[in-house]
Design a protein around this ligand. Structure first.
Ligand code: 4NP
Length: 188
């Protein structure tokens, strides 16, 4: 078993999952937003990997995904070339442009996944309390021992950091997809 196998599913649903099931009864589409600081490395990669997993599972029509940054330094820019390259090497195309999160996002998205604690804090500060249940850390969908940990910011790291980033996000995205499918008992 590799260190990033999806493992077993949690048996107790949390508040986000209960709201997700409730919402799914009303609309078949789940809107997911991935958030990091600059929206050029981690969150566009998470968005593209999740969509790729959903396509492979044949359930892409059930999800609308996007990504955003808490900061606005890179608004309008393409993803970091290292992000585009690691995705390309794994058969995934990234052509998103960076954008900053807006107040409307908190209402629109069902699940908003922050890449690290600092992003999460920023989201909690900006988001109305009634939507706080939508905010989660990305690594909530990693192995149990990594819950609460950050997806490390790779911006200042080597290409090797992007290799590790891809593996970590791929694992988390697969677990996220599986847990959403299990929550509504629609696992492929
Ligand atoms: P990201 O990485 O949050 O994963 O997109 C970063 C991109 C840019 C910067 C920091 C992190 N920056 O300082 O410009």
């Amino acid at each position: 078993m590799s260190s990033h196998d999806t493992g077993s599913h949690p048996e107790v649903l949390d508040e986000t999952e209960i709201m997700y099931i409730e919402k799914k009864r009303q609309s078949p589409i789940t809107n997911i937003l991935f958030v990091c600081l600059g929206n050029i490395c981690r969150s566009p990669l998470a968005e593209a990997i999740f969509l790729s997993h959903a396509c492979l599972a044949g359930v892409e029509d059930q999800f609308k995904v996007d990504s955003a940054g808490t900061g606005r330094w890179h608004v309008g820019e393409q993803a970091d070339p290292r992000t585009i390259e690691i995705a390309r090497r794994n058969g995934i195309t990234i052509n998103s442009l960076s954008r900053q999160i807006t107040n409307k996002d908190f209402k629109h998205y069902d699940l908003i996944l922050a890449m690290d604690q600092s992003n999460l804090l920023e989201l909690q500060t900006r988001c109305q309390k009634k939507y706080h249940y939508k905010l989660k850390l990305m690594r909530t969908y990693d192995k149990l021992e990594s819950h609460g940990a950050d997806v490390p910011d790779p911006y200042w790291s080597s290409d090797d950091g992007f290799e590790q980033l891809f593996k970590m996000l791929s694992f988390c995205c697969l677990k996220l997809l599986t847990s959403l499918m299990v929550a509504t008992d629609e696992s492929p």
